[in-house]
Design a binder for this molecule. Sequence first.
Ligand SMILES: Nc1ncnc2c1ncn2[C@@H]1O[C@H](COP(=O)(O)OP(=O)(O)OP(=O)(O)O)[C@@H](O)[C@H]1O
Ligand SMILES: [Mg+2]
Length: 266
Amino acid sequence: MSATTDIEAVPQTRYSIETVDLNLWYGDLQALADITVKVKQGIITSLIGPSGCGKTTLLRCFNRINERYGNVTTTGEITILGKSIYDSDVSLSELRKSAGMVFQRPNPLPISIYRNVLFGVRVHVPCRSVSRSQRDEMVESALREVDLWDTVKDKLNKKATLLTLEQRQKLCIARLLPLKPRVILMDEPCSALDAEGTEKIENLLDTLRDKYTVVIVTHNMAQARRASDECMFMLMGKLIEHDKTTEVFLNPKDERTEMYIEGRYG
Ligand SMILES: Nc1ncnc2c1ncn2[C@@H]1O[C@H](COP(=O)(O)OP(=O)(O)OP(=O)(O)O)[C@@H](O)[C@H]1O
Ligand SMILES: [Mg+2]
């Protein structure tokens, strides 16, 4: 893959993510079917649906992480920040900087908190081009943005694995930020957390709105309702409904959406 286009340099559009007729197969198994969607910039969009309906698969399409799994075939178009991500001049590394990902298990590396925050920078940017004071600034700014600075500022050299699960998940979000992402993709980021930790991550999500476009997969209907501006409901690889979250929950257009949010299946 050539690395000639900085995906962040493309003009801003109203939509951060757009797909047209997106299909994906794992071998013979079709996991996504004809998904056409536009995800608006600077809002939080939740992605809901029963287990196995393709939520993680769709999220992974947005930064082409699916390609790490063998036997994946994709057809259709995906545009991130106005640029087709399958264009031959798209750099996967730039794409993944622009569209960072947070996973179910808070998975910081078993190295210091400081080095965790800088891990992505070290991978993507030549070390010598970033001074020590710039690195310190990046760490402080990222940790402040996720409301972790006051808690960890005196133990930056301690291992990240000593943090609580909620703090670890905040750290996983923090380590995306020095790469200046525009899109943050979260796959059930609270599923390993207790109610208190979940509330703290939801509060954090609220502060990320506007600056970032966030897509969050969740099984927690209350969370989708509380935390997202728009909601997408998927079923068996298809996008059934996509609307303002209040509409999806209070006035669903499709009977299958209604059944799901009422807990009648899934
Ligand atoms: N790497 C893979 N190889 C083969 N099949 C896969 C792979 N990943 C997912 N699948 C299959 O694709 C379908 C969609 O899976 P996906 O993980 O995207 O669903 P999901 O909605 O995220 O489910 P959950 O809510 O359980 O996380 C499922 O049938 C799943 O078994
Ligand atoms: Mg999943």
